[in-house]
Design a protein around this ligand. Sequence first.
Ligand SMILES: O=C(O)CCC(=O)C(=O)O
Length: 270
Amino acid sequence: MTETAKAQLHIALIQANIEIGNVNANMNNMLELMEKAASANTKPDVIVLPEMWNTGYALDRIQELADPMGQETSSMLSDFARRHRIQVVGGSVAERVDNEIYNSMYVFNRNGEQVAKYSKIHLFRLMDEEKHLQAGQYTVAFDLDGIKAGASICYDIRFPELSRTLALGGAQVLFVPAEWPHPRLHHWRTLLMARAIENQMYVVACNRVGTSGDTDFFGHSMIIDPWGEVIAEGDEQESILTGTLDRNLPDEVRGRIPVFEDRRPNLYFQ
Ligand SMILES: O=C(O)CCC(=O)C(=O)O
């Protein structure tokens, strides 16, 4: 089997603490945790980061803190990917494009080349995202070692239309970097589980831990398989979680319960 069609994907999720507004500390901590993940006995094929890991939700200072064109963060991620020959789903960062700020994910292949960029399309009004950020305009899919994956960020998982669109486009894995806080742990687990079961796809969700102001982030990063079985789940501490995806399982599950063949799209309200 060639490098671009592996039977399994070993995943490492970086369930990090994020210091609000402290870009340097966050860059250093993230790189240290990524290096640790890369040196594990089973070398990961893919490393996944949480949402807005460069700045946290420092929205009142986001114009000054956001990374211009994502240059600093993406060059760190690209360099890491190339040095270790590990693919990176770079969570998301606050990115400045002209005077607009986006919540953007970058994905790098083993050569450190950017293979995808996704900007969060559903902005979370409970945290005033829409007052400070611009919404992305596109859904995004990409390949990791020949396995097709789709991008989503945090609040996006409340919109089943997005993961269904990605699954219909062939995605077998949904990535979900997040900063999802208490008290909505039940929503987080249930929504992730539902996205996995209804789309018969892997869900790989990386949430931050720690406290910003009076908001506590609970971690509980998860890897869920296409049957809805939990392969890995974090606690509330900073940690690295690992799990292995089997490229054949989504097709096997879709063969057993042929949800995609049984759809009645002509009857659905669009
Ligand atoms: O939907 C939620 O409850 C949390 C979403 C969120 O925190 C975000 O999108 O940043």
